[in-house]
Ligand binder design. Structure first.
Ligand code: NAP
Length: 592
């Protein structure tokens, strides 16, 4: 006889495989929307949280459930809103000319969705004695439909053309799952649920609608921490409720849920703080760090094993939760610099696993499925990024990469040659004879909010018959796909964006490579200097262009903290200043 646990495990594994096949088809262009979409879907922890908040499990469970509802609904509302905001911006040249058409399918979809929701609700309310009309069974069917819609949603992300339609299906799946859960047999009180949903929707809605695209990385990290907090709180509530009586299987699931949830919560908070600039971005290291962190991890694992053996040992349970929280914090402290993107998506993966563990605790299959999809997506993105930086995941986590001993300034410049600066008027002369220009955006473009200026300049160049291409490095900016989203916001058609492997052969043909706030991703030291922390990271081969113009404020290094050899290249000229101001001046010079 197959037990519930076995069924859960089969579902977890199969969803992981399915997720792998669907997610590997998502192009790098859509990696940021993928992250926020899986984030929003992992807000399915809301269904478990609703039950804990509304059931008659006691005041502590109601309180923990309420907080979990706030966190999860923030993720759902905020995640879907921001994903839609991003996807709306991805357009081809033809789409820009035919604005307005996509609204038709959306209206039709909304009507179909509303009709289907009404039918499902009616089924639930009828409470017929017939087995499949029984609310509990109907809820299972709701979850099955939701799971299918989530997978179709992710499938839609394999092309910018279908991505919004796919996300609409996923949104509808979420509505079905949440509305269905409101009729869960154990829910007896809707007060905390109502307040929680309201608060979460307000916070998530404001974040989703108004957060600038430049702050998407921090928002993503913050939302991983909220999802993980929800899982941890539900786990604690379930432990308090069942204690020693739940059995070893349940205890194993609860222990995984609170440990992974706890470390993801504090780790993601740290990552968000570092990315927002509230905490120092550089790695913080000290002697014996890896040994003390490993010892801490071993203690958490030992406590987990002990709790499974003796579920009644409640003081140890809370010590285990506290150590997991501490471990998450210490895990991210030594990571910084160029490794932050990998950490964010690893934490995405952990948040998914915590969600899946919550699914095992509550034996809720839809949570197992979405947790597994989220876990797979985060893990795959981490691997892709490690490959893009030529690093191993172990090295990222324990290598304290980017901790640079500052070079004495004189020494750094000495022997590297001189740096030339250029004025906008001189650049406009250079453009007069150019036939092909490659624009290389980087994090500085995001800081300066210069994406619109970049788009306008490119349009002006194209009007003059110049071919303009954009070179997108997989880890340019502070998030996978960061540059794609910003350029899409500035109405740059995505068919002008080229991935690193596609564009590198074209640099030799380019008359001008215009680097806008990019630094590390263009540093030739990554190819030549074995002692550079960037060594081995594939870069955009900007130095092969006939002329190189770099727009940045100073010679200060980028995220990895290392000097850029490109600036000493005889073909390279620097236009110092804020990228947005420089682009305005350049635009004016070209016009005049
Ligand atoms: P970068 O190496 O961090 O360099 C950005 C440059 O932008 C800085 O050198 C800065 O120089 C300049 N800048 C800042 N504000 C500016 C402004 N207002 N106007 C003009 N320039 C400005 O950026 P990148 O080349 O995009 O490389 C990304 C780095 O971040 C990589 O090391 C990557 O591994 C890491 N990272 C990536 C992600 C991701 O997923 N994409 C996430 C986290 C970290 P000035 O101060 O002189 O102006």
């Amino acid at each position: 006889m197959t037990t519930e646990l076995e069924i859960g495990l089969y579902i977890f594994i199969l969803s992981g495989f399915l997720g792998y096949h669907v997610i590997t088809r998502v192009p790098p262009l859509l990696h940021t929307p993928l992250m926020s979409a899986t984030n929003a879907m992992s807000g399915i922890s809301l269904v478990g949280s609703l039950v804990i908040a509304g059931a008659d499990y006691g005041p502590l469970s109601a309180l923990l459930g309420f907080i979990a509802v706030v966190c999860s609904s923030t993720n759902v509302v905020g995640g879907f809103l921001i994903t839609d905001r991003m996807l709306k911006m991805f357009k081809t040249r033809q789409d820009h000319q035919a604005l307005g058409r996509p609204a038709r399918w959306r209206r039709g979809g909304i009507l179909a969705g509303a009709a289907l929701s009404a039918c499902c609700l009616a089924l639930l309310l009828m409470k017929q004695p017939v087995a499949y009309l029984n609310p509990a069974h109907a809820l299972s069917f709701f979850y099955i439909v939701s799971a299918v819609l989530f997978i179709l949603g992710l499938k839609g992300l394999s092309s910018p053309k279908y991505a919004r339609k796919g996300m609409f299906l996923a949104e509808f799946g979420m509505v079905l799952a949440v509305v269905g859960t409101l009729f869960h047999g154990e829910i007896v009180n809707y007060r905390w649920i109502g307040f929680g949903l309201l608060a979460g929707s307000l916070v998530g809605g404001s974040m989703g609608m108004w957060i600038p695209m430049t702050a998407v990385p921090q928002r993503t990290a913050l939302s991983h921490s909220l999802g993980a907090l929800a899982a941890t709180l539900v786990g604690i509530s379930e432990y308090v409720r069942h204690g020693a009586t739940g059995g070893r299987v349940l205890m194993t699931a609860i222990a995984f849920e609170v440990v992974i949830g706890g470390l993801t919560f504090t780790g993601s908070l740290m990552a968000a703080g570092k990315l927002q600039g509230l905490l120092p971005g550089a790695p913080i290291t000290y002697r014996g760090q890896n040994i003390s962190n490993s010892a801490l991890l071993m203690s958490v694992v030992a406590l987990l094993v002990y709790m499974v053996a003796v579920p009644a040992a409640s003081p140890f349970f809370f010590v285990m939760v506290a150590l997991a929280l501490l471990f998450g914090f210490l895990l991210v402290v030594p990571i910084g610099a160029a490794d932050m993107p990998v950490v964010i998506s690893l934490l995405n993966s952990y948040a998914g696993l915590a969600d899946a563990a919550m699914g095992f605790v509550l034996m809720n299959k839809i949570q197992i499925i979405t947790g597994s999809l989220d876990g797979t997506s985060g893990f795959l993105l981490s691997l892709l990024m490690c490959r893009a930086m030529n690093r191993s995941a172990v090295n990222v986590l324990f290598g304290a990469f980017g901790k640079i001993e500052p070079e004495p300034e004189g020494l750094a410049i000495e022997g590297k040659g001189t740096v030339r600066s250029i004025q906008p008027e001189e650049i406009s002369v250079l453009f007069d004879t150019a036939r092909c220009v490659i624009i290389v955006p980087g994090y500085g473009m995001a800081v300066a909010q210069a994406q619109h200026g970049v788009g306008e300049l490119a349009n002006l160049l194209m009007k003059r018959g110049i071919t303009v291409k954009y070179a997108i490095h997989p880890v340019a900016g502070r998030m996978p796909g960061h540059m794609n989203v910003l350029l899409a916001e500035a109405n740059v058609p995505y068919d002008q964006l080229y991935e690193m492997e596609q564009i590198n052969p074209y640099f030799a043909e380019a008359d001008v490579a215009l680097v806008v706030g990019a630094n590390d991703v263009t540093n030739p030291a990554a190819k030549r200097n074995r002692s550079s922390p960037l060594y081995g990271m594939p870069i955009l081969e900007v130095e092969r262009a006939k002329s190189i113009i770099v727009l940045k404020r100073s010679l200060r290094p980028g995220f990895a903290g290392v000097d850029n050899d490109l600036y000493y290249n005889t073909k390279c000229m620097m236009l110092f200043g804020d990228a947005k101001d420089s682009l305005n001046k350049l635009f004016a010079a070209l016009k005049s």
